[in-house]
Design a protein around this ligand. Structure first.
Ligand code: TRP
Length: 406
C-alpha cells in the first residue's frame, strides 16, 4: 500500500465478569486512548460469544455485558468515533469461524496455552486428558481469529497472555489466503509495554480467578475499604519501605503521573505509614474514577440507551462484515449457482468496481443506503439515518474500509 493507510485497531472484552481496576488499566483506558489518535480507526466489542465458554449463567452474561459497555462509555469511549458493538450481533463472525475452522490444523489448537493447561491439570490429577473441557474452549482461538480477521484489523491491543491467539489468527489468515487468494489481513498484537499487570489485593495478578479484584466502579466507601485490605509487609511508621513488590505502590503508579510516583517513592524511603500510603492511593484512584462513576451509574440506570448505542454500532460493523463475508463466501465456493457459467479464473478476484452503492431518502423521511452486488443482488440494506451526512458517513466507511482496499 503506497499511501499511509489508517491503522485499524480492534479489541474485545469477554463479558463474564464485573470490570475491575486491572481491566481498566490494562485494557479499557489504553483502548480509549488509542481510539483518540488521529490516524486510528477502532473496532471495540463485547465478546459475549466468548463469555459462553466461561460461564453457563445467562443472567451473569447479560449483566456483565451491560457493565462492561457502561464502563467503556464512562471511560470516554466515543461511539461516534469508535465502532462499538456486541459480538453476537454480527452474524458473520460465527460464519467466518467456520471458514477458518476448515483451514486451521487441529494440531495448532492442541498447542493453545489455555487448552493445554487444562489438559495438564487433568493429566496430573489422574483424570481423562479432556475431562470437563468443552469443544468451545478448544475452539476459542478460532472464534477470536474470526473477530479479528472479519474486520481486517491491523493492530490488536491485548495483554501478553493473548499473544499466542494473535499468532494463531495470523496462521489462519495465511492458510486461508494460500488457498483462496489474498483476502484476509494479517494482524499484529499491540502490547502496551508500559502497562505492567496490576497486582490485586493479595499481591498476585489482579484477576477474577484469584478473587482478589477491586471493582472499577465500587462506591467511594467500598473502594476505601478494599484498599485498606491490600497486603503489605509488617513494617511500622517511620520505617523505610520497599517500593519493589509493594502492591500499594504498583497500583499507585498505574494511576499517578511520574512526578506523583517519584513523590511516593520518596515517601516510602522516608517511612510513610501503610495507612497513609493507602489513603493516598485511595484518593489518587478516586480522583480519576469519581467523575466516571457518575456517568457509569447514569448509564447503568438506562440499559435501553446502551442497547441503542450497541445497535447503531452493530449496523456500522455489519456494513463492513456483510459485503466482506459475501466476498469470502464467493472465494471459497459458496456461490449462487446461477453465476456458475460466468466463472472464469479472472472472476475469482472480485473486481472492486463491480458492486455499486445507492443512497436515497425513503417515505419515512429517513436516509438510507444500499450496496448492490455485480449480480444485482442486494448485499447491504442500511438502517435509517436521521441525516444525509450520517448515511453518507456509514456508506463511506463501507466503501473505504472494505471494497477499495485492495
Ligand atoms: N480473548 C480476549 C480476552 O480474554 C477477548 C477477546 C475476544 C479478544 N475476541 C478478541 C481480544 C479479539 C482481542 C481481539 O482478553
Amino acid at each position: 500500500m503506497e499511501h499511509a493507510a489508517k491503522q485499524r485497531f480492534l479489541t474485545g472484552i469477554t463479558t463474564s465478569g464485573t470490570p475491575h481496576l486491572g481491566n481498566y488499566v490494562g485494557s479499557i483506558r489504553p483502548s480509549v486512548a488509542a481510539s483518540q489518535g488521529a490516524n486510528a480507526e477502532s473496532f471495540y466489542f463485547l465478546a459475549d460469544y466468548h463469555a459462553l465458554i466461561k460461564t453457563g449463567e445467562p443472567a451473569r452474561i447479560q449483566q456483565s455485558t451491560l457493565e462492561i459497555a457502561a464502563s467503556w462509555l464512562a471511560a470516554g469511549l466515543d461511539p461516534e468515533r469508535v465502532i462499538f458493538y456486541r459480538q453476537s450481533d454480527i452474524a458473520q463472525i460465527p460464519e467466518l469461524t467456520w471458514l477458518l475452522t476448515c483451514v486451521l490444523g487441529k494440531g495448532v489448537l492442541n498447542r493453545a496455552h489455555a487448552y493445554k493447561s487444562q489438559v495438564d491439570k487433568n493429566t496430573s490429577s489422574g483424570a481423562e486428558p479432556d475431562a470437563d473441557i468443552t469443544a468451545g474452549l478448544f475452539m476459542y482461538p478460532v472464534l477470536m481469529g474470526a473477530d479479528i480477521l472479519m474486520f481486517k484489523a491491523n493492530q490488536v491491543p491485548v495483554g501478553r497472555d493473548q499473544i499466542q491467539h494473535i499468532e494463531m489468527a495470523r496462521d489462519m489468515a495465511k492458510a486461508f489466503n494460500h488457498l483462496y487468494g489474498d483476502l484476509l489481513v494479517l494482524p499484529e498484537a499491540l502490547i502496551e509495554e508500559s502497562v505492567a499487570t496490576l497486582p490485586g489485593l493479595d499481591g498476585r495478578k489482579m484477576s477474577k480467578s484469584y478473587d482478589n479484584t477491586i471493582p472499577l466502579f465500587a462506591s467511594r466507601e467500598q473502594l476505601k475499604k478494599l484498599i485498606a485490605g491490600i497486603v503489605t509487609d509488617s513494617s511500622g511508621p517511620g520505617v523505610a519501605k520497599q517500593t519493589e513488590g509493594s502492591a500499594v505502590f504498583q497500583i499507585y503508579q498505574a494511576f499517578a503521573s511520574s512526578d506523583e510516583t517519584e513523590a511516593m517513592r520518596r515517601a516510602y524511603a522516608d517511612g510513610i505509614s501503610w495507612g497513609d500510603a493507602k489513603n493516598s492511593l485511595f484518593e489518587r484512584i478516586d480522583r480519576d474514577v469519581a467523575p466516571m462513576r457518575v456517568t457509569y451509574q447514569a448509564l447503568m440506570a438506562q440499559p435501553e440507551k446502551i442497547e441503542a448505542i450497541l445497535q447503531a454500532g452493530a449496523s456500522k460493523a455489519t456494513a463492513c462484515s456483510m459485503p466482506f463475508m459475501h466476498q469470502l463466501r464467493h472465494a471459497v465456493g459458496l456461490r449462487p449457482l446461477a453465476a456458475a457459467q460466468a466463472l472464469t479464473p479472472a472472476s475469482r478476484k472480485m473486481k472492486s468496481d463491480s458492486p455499486s452503492f445507492k443512497q436515497y431518502r425513503d417515505k419515512d423521511g429517513m436516509f438510507y443506503f444500499k450496496f448492490i452486488g455485480a449480480d444485482g443482488q442486494l448485499l447491504v440494506q442500511s438502517d435509517g439515518y436521521t441525516s444525509h451526512q450520517e448515511a453518507a458517513k456509514a456508506m463511506k466507511l463501507l466503501k473505504n474500509g472494505n471494497i477499495a482496499s485492495r
